[in-house]
Design a protein around this ligand. Sequence first.
Ligand SMILES: [Mn+2]
Length: 401
Amino acid sequence: MTVEESNRQHDVTYYTVAEAAFFLGAVMLVNSLRVTGNEGKIVVVDMGLAPDQRRLLESHAEVISPSQTIHPTPGTMKPYPYLLGATGTVVVIDSDIVVTARLDDALDLARNGKVVAAPAWLESVRHRWFAEWEEALELRAPLRREEWFHNGFVVVSTDRWPRLLKRWWEVCGLVPTEQALLKNQPFNAPDADSLNALMMSEFPRSALALLPEGYEAFGGDVVIENVQTLRCTLRGRPTGLLHYPDRPKPWQNPGWLRVGATAFAPIMRRLLFASDVPLRVEPSDVPLWLRPSATGRAALMVLAAANWTIGWASHHLPERTRNRVRNWRRTAVRRAQLSKNPTASGVAGRRRIHASAWGWAAVAATLVSAVGLGILTILDSVRTSAELSLDVFGVSLPAMR
Ligand SMILES: [Mn+2]
């Protein structure tokens, strides 16, 4: 990095909101910023971290306890940097995002007067719009119908738009909070809707710059090109941000159920345990299958097979069973999936039997995998904790060096 590049980053402050369940995500976010050479101060808004989690984050970031909150939903604290007197180039970023490249392009857009965000992934979501926003959010200009965007990563220069964070905070506070968790309601995405409503009314649309599609990618969709540098691609193009919205998070115990979560594991291990990251956690702080030990890697292999099997079975089981499996997974991961490849109407009976046989084989394989994991878990629990923390196997992984 040249001196000029380094100086340029001193006007940047990254703000993220974290609660206890997002701790590992916040650690990975901080570490990923540094691994990718992004400098600048990092501020974590503490919405319920445990004392030891807070202590670790404090060793590399400023952790603040908010003096006031809008709603128990941590997301509504995204505009909180306004109350902290944020200045310069302000990056509001989710703690379930990993940065995979230098962010200069996005930062420069903001310095040049744009409010930067990423487009929504789904076409249907881009049409999200409710006339109710104008009155309920007391917007000071008529509401225009524009493309709805994501707000997991928002960059704004306070020199260019000194009132945006303030208005976002105020408008966020007007969202009827009882709708926050209900489906298909005008206000079930309080922080995102309030920012979108502002950019569709009080701020000119020309101020908004949406990043190229794929810049922010779903963490389960990408190809990891280099685990050391975090370089990833989506359909051949480098990504800037990997986002894992919804729950469970891939770093939680049931996280392996998420689409692509087991393939994402090398990134998580690299960001939680490698020797070059500023924040390192104990192996015992993470689920067994993420630990950088022989047992952890064995567990990951088993769960990766199970994850793959579930995905595969959902395409090969008889439709009724497939729907049941799909609903189970949907409930388990609380993530609505698009129905892919609807069954062709003219499938021959023989092929159907063939497909269902493979489907049941896949289910059997999943059960075997689950039994295997059970055995591994039992084996792991009888090991001494000293052996776990010593972790003699970690050094054999090239990615860990
Ligand atoms: Mn998120």
